[in-house]
Ligand binder design. Sequence first.
Ligand code: AHR
Length: 653
Amino acid sequence: MKKIFRHSVFALSLAPVLLCTKISAVTITVQTDQPGVAINRGMWGIFFEDINFGADGGLYAELVKNRGFEFPDPLMGWIKIFNNVAHGEISILDEQSFDAANPHYLRLESEGGAPLGVANEGFRGLGVKSGEAYDFSAQVRNVSGAPVLRIDLYSSDGEILDTVRLKDFSSGWKKYAAVLHPKTTDAKAKLYVQIEGKGGVDLDFISLFPEHTWKNRPGGLRADMVQVLADLHPGFLRFPGGCIVEGSTLAGRYQWKKTIGPVEERPLLINRWNKEFSHRPTPDYFQSFGLGFFEYFQLCEDIGASPLPILNCGMACQFNSGELCPLDQLEPYIQDALDLIEFANGPATSEWGAKRAAMGHPQPFHLKMLGVGNEQWGQQYIDRYAKFAAAIKAKYPDIQLVSAAGPSPDDDRFKFAWTKLRALNADIVDEHNYANPSWFFDNTHRYDHYDRNGPKVFFGEYAAQSDRVVSVKNRNNLECALAEAACMTGLERNGDVVRMASYAPLFANTEAWQWKPDLIWVNSLGVLLTPNYYVQKMFANNAGDATVPLQISADAAKLFASATRDHAAGEIILKVVNGADSPASIGLDFSGAKKIAAPVSVTTLAGGLNDENSFADPAKIAPRQTELNEISPRFDYTFPAHSLTVLRLKAEN
Ligand code: AHR
């Protein structure tokens, strides 16, 4: 077999590899004239959980931590500014509060000496950028005198970045606002709120948001973080987790109805990851629900992802208390699910549709799927799932339900769940898998033998662990990313069974994570994309709507492939993972094709197995784009060592 293409565009580092002309011992045959099976074009999606400061301190762009003084230590995140010539009081009160659901507020009283007040440190760093505007706001009530409120942004080394003043406060609670323009960029700025002059004020819900948020929505989401999600073109977004759905106890479970309506009225809840790991304590981790269910649905709509909310099914996390809601008391949980469907899809005249409309979205959110429980297991789960399924299907037969298969992909809990869920004719079963890279390389044929007529699979949480599950030594390195890619070729080849798949967890704040690896790392100023992110992106941006049958002619070490057809684009997409330590010269045979139109686009992710990206070297591992011209239906291609390659081509049969 003779190489008959020329490469173009970005050929430098790949040139020696592509110019290889030796006859290949292994051929990948892509049968372009054979029918494949229809697959879900939106099979590659994202899993969001408020873990690792994913929401507060992450996606939700609020810069003030503990803005409502509702943490158990009401001044956590704040320091008192009270120098030795100041005279007055700084106190936390809860009488005649601004909001009954969040009753605490701050009182500042001064006898007229030096300014006094509080300063906020943000979420382990309050990041501000020069050239950008920041909206300060607070609920304020005058208590005595006519004090002035002085708002400063300070840099981490004590320089004032901007100052504004507010005055003439009313005697009742009222929102006051001002805009700050920091003169320099700082990852760890501080927001000072002080009173000048004699008198007193009450303050609550002290907030600072960048004006530049996603779609510039006031009080919105971090634009840089949403952008990298949008860039994935995800087929779906699962929210809000993860174990956070379950809670350590039922009282601590996620309750979507408490996350909608005015943000000030959403009651704060301790984040279940606050105390989960003694080696990674996060005492300042709470859920403000500024990112609540309305915002999740809106985010899905913004980025073209199908919404997949997961609800508590009357079971707290079985790794924690395992608390159960008795079966005969499950009705409010089930009602929450029915009401959620109405909130998402019901007419604006319906009870819950009206709440959606009141929040600015009279049109439905087109919810088609709903998860019942997160990572549950045992008969207790099956009993609860069955009750949910009966009630939901009776009212909304078209809603596809996602059910749980426990935390492992192959233990007794998993087998039990599958037996029961199959008998219950479940729609989609959620499988979770955190394992070493070798598991992912070794299980690429896992779904080849699944029952084509049984429930579909949601490979809902997975990530290769370079060390072991929950180890702080886990890395987002290329080896893990390629292991995931190899596994994903198997998911894609079996796209008639595997309806959806998502990596987990999604985000981690570099200063406040509990779990690694994670798909995207963030600090207070920016995002860092991992090799794993690029694997997800290369698959999701190159999804098809049908498989194309494919064979690999001989056993080749760590060589994996899948092919799909994108009918709209008229293209065949071939994905190849070479996990071996040396380049692999492979014959590519697009059988049935008479001609392949030039150019063929080639995207390659390659590097050393231990390579990782970092804020200092963010593009160490990143996809590179090339093109092939003058290509025939049979040619040799040399895949670099440790690589994922995606070829898109138009084959004429
Ligand atoms: O992704 C982290 C956690 O792993 C999820 O919350 C849980 O579902 C799984 O155990």
